[in-house]
Design a protein around this ligand. Structure first.
Ligand code: SF4
Ligand code: SF4
Length: 439
């Protein structure tokens, strides 16, 4: 694609990167075939190619974003299916991230949008604030249908019925092991600590059982992804900078072989810290952190887990977009589950998003609901005993639409190798698997 940025415009590194990306697009339109919003809405402007044109026009002309452009960019899930499909290697993620930051700086959103986005940015990344909000949502849920704004309705409806107690495993500390094969830092995250403490608990048990000393670094918290995807650069960079400092301290003091992330949406962002901080004094440290950031499945493959005791239990594996498209990790979670003894099934539309996508299910509830319904249907068609995923957002989204219990992949691996049964398998409202699961 030809571009006409001036040399002055290209002084800005974000614009220069956008220019590089735009020039790799050859308008072939292959990406439209796998774009969930194009499949649902059928509008070229809700396809990757359409959005690329809108972004090009906005940036080249340094135009104040208009409502139409913002609507179509806001409707993008950032699922990155288009990046997997594109034969030309268009880095859509950096392009849309830059467009979102540009929109955030230059567009006057309606006050209700601004207020909602501000609340989400002030609440979700902070576990205690989020816990309080979840308690409020629990009380407000019976009144959801009276909410004038569908987004407020979605927020109340999506709130979980139970909120787990705080897990002290998420506090800064070191989980030492006798026969140490590696030393890793676990990113305990933000929203996940309020929504589901079983995932970090299972991750720590599993990693330490197989020889990884686990550190929860003091000062690390939210990865910044939630605000990054809203274009709120100041907030996302502040969160990411705190992590970089905390992990670099650990790297310099005790040494780290990996930074382990068990929420794939966060993993995609941490792996991109080098790009996010390219113009920042923290650039070198950010690159060091990004270089050792790994999804938990990558680390478990390195630890070479033994065969597990699961007895052919049918697990429908949901591939989170951030894992399969963002991090290009497609086989490790399935390989690990198979080795643990589970029978792994995959839905026909495994490349498509479930509609969770960070705050998307709250901000775009109508499209999100359609994607959820489709994903639940294809997963349930497999008649699984359990659904497994590697991202808390997908687990909440799919779990709210099915009676099949949904757990994180690490919970199943932990269980099959000596850990306790995942609590979600006997949660109220879920169908407890009838088959004998462990030998
Ligand atoms: S598939 Fe790639 S090159 Fe083709 S239109 Fe989409 S982004 Fe552009
Ligand atoms: S990120 Fe997903 S929703 Fe957005 S343009 Fe690409 S395929 Fe479509």
């Amino acid at each position: 694609m030809q571009t006409t940025f001036t040399p002055e415009q290209l002084q800005d590194s974000g614009t220069a990167r956008a220019n590089q990306i735009l020039r790799t697009c050859v308008h072939c339109g292959f990406c439209t075939a796998t774009c969930p919003t194009y499949q649902i809405l059928g509008d070229e402007l809700d396809s990757p190619r359409g959005r690329i044109y809108l972004i090009k026009d906005m940036l080249e002309n340094e135009r104040k974003p208009d409502a139409k452009t913002v609507k179509h960019i806001d409707r993008c899930l950032s699922c990155l299916a288009c990046m997997t499909t594109c034969p030309s290697g268009v880095h859509y993620m950096h392009l849309v991230d830059h467009a979102r930051a540009y929109i955030e700086k230059n567009y006057d959103r309606p006050w209700s949008d601004r207020a909602l986005r501000w609340i989400l940015a002030q609440v979700l990344p902070y576990p205690m604030r989020f816990r309080l909000a979840l308690l409020g949502a629990k009380i407000g849920r019976p009144f959801a249908r009276f909410m004038p704004d569908p987004r407020l309705r979605a927020m109340l409806e999506m709130a979980p019925r139970t909120i787990p107690p705080v897990s002290r495993n998420d506090d800064p500390q070191t989980f030492a092991v006798a026969d140490k094969k590696m030393r890793v830092a676990l990113m305990t995250g933000c929203a996940q600590k309020a929504l589901n403490t079983d995932i970090n608990d299972a991750t720590i048990r599993l990693l330490t059982r197989f020889g990884a000393e686990v550190v929860v670094a003091k000062g690390a918290g939210c990865c910044g992804a939630l605000t990054h995807h809203m274009g709120k650069e100041k907030e996302s960079h502040a969160a990411a900078a705190a992590n970089i400092r905390a992990w670099v301290r650990e790297m310099d003091q005790g040494g780290l072989d990996a930074i382990v992330i068990n929420t794939s949406g966060c993993g995609t962002t941490v792996k991109d810290y080098g790009h996010m901080f390219r113009d920042d004094p923290l650039a070198a440290d950010a690159a060091r952190v990004a270089a050792i950031a790994m999804d938990v499945s990558e680390v478990l493959m390195k630890l070479d887990l033994p065969a597990g005791a699961a007895k052919g239990t049918k697990v429908a594996y949901h591939a989170a977009c951030s894992l399969q498209h963002g991090q290009k990790i497609k086989t490790y979670p399935k390989d690990l589950l198979k080795k643990a003894g589970f029978t792994v099934l995959e839905p026909a539309d495994s490349h498509l998003c479930c509609g969770s996508a960070g705050t998307y299910n709250l901000m775009q509830p109508e499209i999100s609901k359609q994607l959820k319904a489709r994903k639940v249907k294809t997963l349930e068609a497999l008649v699984p005993d359990i659904i497994a995923a590697g991202n808390i957002g997908c687990m909440m989204q799919i779990g709210s639409g099915t009676g099949v219990p949904i757990v994180h992949t690490v919970e199943l691996l932990d269980w099959a190798t000596g850990g306790p049964q995942p609590p979600a398998l006997s949660a109220p409202g879920k169908t407890v698997p009838a088959v004998p699961i462990l030998r």
